[in-house]
Design a protein around this ligand. Structure first.
Ligand SMILES: [Zn+2]
Length: 511
């Protein structure tokens, strides 16, 4: 039995001022224009990633896994059309060469938007379906997928992450292979139902380590205990994509029972929707956090600058918190990781132990604070190489490009050449900082840092800062999003739960 795997992942923030280019995918995926496959197995085998899960699942089931395409880029602005077309053509070319096979695994993010296509994954799934004929196609997705009808219509089953921070990607990859193999052996017959909720939620409250998601996911796992239910997905959706299909959605896959799938998706969807008022985040001002650090904290306090989270497309060079920390002269504080290649270059040119006068941050746009003129001491320089050791991406090698630790007052400012979300303690240890020994750590991350920092945190605050990833709907103007949508519109009764006819390839679609 031979299963072909295809990967293309991007989370597109349509509010970003910059575009995502082909080079963003090339450099993020290994630095070769052809998106090589020869090192994929070596790089991902044993890692906590979807591809690591595919490989582990295939080995356990005794089937061959053939990864023929893999590309991803750091979350960012709308993907240039030409970049998407180039990757799609290469992907389809590789797929056609790999046929015939027994099944196809599609490892996508689920929230990619190109200049001309809002629903890139739907477009891709349709193209893969066209090439694959009636072969089973199982799609794995990030928890931030905005799942669309086209994605459901063109696949046999969809399996999304159950966790945010995303710590179950390997598990979901294994699950996808196992479901594929069971379906191919005729042991099960997947029937899928898909349901969009008129509900838009924000990253801090999509976190599955806090309420209401802890209860919601626990109910989802209870439903999965029914042997007739093969898999369930609740996708949190990515709210910073102004597209018709943004928002939460539910997928239920049952064994041979389309009606049960529809009923299960519907009743679970109703439950999630009944919790709609529990998704409102609480944001805390920097002054209040500083007061807490000085007067009450018993250990490291984490301040999540989610508004400037590069993992959701933000520039990671915002300066609003930094400016206040410098003004207040807060000690034993780390802020990271700022993406500022010019500052890194200046630090590396000056060398360790030197003072430099630099203009720091605020260079990408005017939405995340102004550039700061800072006199800083160069404490440490690094090549920015590290390995993820936390629960997320465990075992994956990360590359910040060159890094530097700059010190201004009592604040250590970690700067890097590349835009990467601070979510693993190794990202600070690789520049000589032990997070447990600091009083305040400001992370350019919305939620993922929870996985590796929550154990050392005295308290975690969501920052009240501006930006294109700010968890606050009053700051965004949606033009393409379908309406009504809670909480942008308060009255949304009767706008979902209408069953549509079943589609091809074993799917039942509800919109
Ligand atoms: Zn995600």
């Amino acid at each position: 039995m031979r299963i072909v795997a295809i990967g293309l992942a991007h989370e597109t923030n349509t509010f970003a001022r910059t575009k995502t280019t082909l080079m963003d995918f090339v450099t993020y995926s290994g630095g070769d224009e052809q998106f090589p496959t020869d090192r994929l197995v070596e790089d991902y085998d044993g890692t906590d990633t979807i591809l690591g899960g595919y490989l582990a699942g295939a080995a356990a089931c005794g089937v061959t896994l053939d990864p023929v395409f893999h590309a991803s880029a750091m979350s960012g602005g709308t993907v240039e059309q030409e970049a998407y077309e180039t990757m799609k053509n290469l992907l389809l070319h590789r797929l056609e060469k790999a046929l015939p096979c027994d099944g196809i695994l599609l490892n996508l993010h689920g929230a990619m938007v190109s200049e001309e296509i809002e629903d890139v994954e739907g477009d891709l799934a349709a193209a893969v379906r066209m090439a694959a004929g009636s072969l089973p196609i199982i799609m794995t997705l990030d928890l931030h997928a905005n799942i669309t009808q086209a994605m459901a219509e063109n696949t046999t089953a969809i399996i999304g992450y159950d966790t945010y921070p995303h710590c179950d990607s390997r598990e979901r990859g294994i699950e996808a292979v196992e479901l594929m193999v069971r379906a191919l052996r005729g042991e099960v017959a997947p029937r899928m139902a898909y349901l969009q909720l008129p509900l838009l939620t924000l990253p801090p409250m999509q976190c599955t380590l806090r309420s209401p998601m802890t209860e919601i996911m626990s109910r989802l796992h209870d439903i999965e205990k029914d042997p007739k239910v093969l898999t369930m997905t609740l996708s949190g959706g990515f709210p910073f994509a102004d597209i018709a299909d943004a928002g939460m959605s539910v997928v239920a896959v049952t064994d041979g029972d389309a009606a049960l799938a529809a009923k299960t998706a519907r009743s679970f969807g109703e439950y999630v929707f009944s919790r709609r008022d529990d998704f409102e985040p609480v944001l805390t001002g920097t002054q209040q956090v500083i007061r807490y650090v000085r007067e009450e904290a018993k250990g490291p306090v984490i301040l999540a600058d989610g508004s400037d989270n590069p993992g959701g497309g933000a520039p990671a060079d915002g300066t609003v918190i930094l400016e206040e920390l410098i003004r207040e002269d807060v000690s034993d504080t780390v802020i990271g990781v700022l993406c500022d290649p010019e500052a890194v270059e200046a630090a590396h040119r000056a060398g360790v132990g030197r003072m430099i006068a630099i203009r720091l941050g605020g260079k990408t746009d005017a939405l995340h604070g102004r550039p700061l003129d800072v006199e800083a001491y160069v404490r440490l320089l690094s090549d920015g190489e590290f390995t993820y050791r936390g629960l997320m991406n465990h075992g994956v090698k990360g590359h910040f490009g060159r890094m530097a630790v700059l010190v201004a007052g009592g604040i250590e400012i970690v700067v890097a050449e590349r835009r990467i979300q601070l979510l693993d303690r190794e990202m600070l240890r690789c520049v000589g900082i032990e997070p447990a020994l600091r009083k305040l750590i400001v992370v350019k991350s919305a939620v993922h840092f929870w996985a590796d920092f929550m154990d050392i945190a005295d308290r975690i605050f969501d920052a009240d800062t501006p930006g294109i990833h700010r968890p606050d709907f009053s700051k965004y103007e949606y033009r393409k999003l379908r309406r009504p949508m809670y909480p942008l519109d308060r009255d949304v009764r009767g706008t979902f739960l209408t069953a549509a006819p079943g589609a091809d390839h074993n799917s039942v679609i509800i919109t």
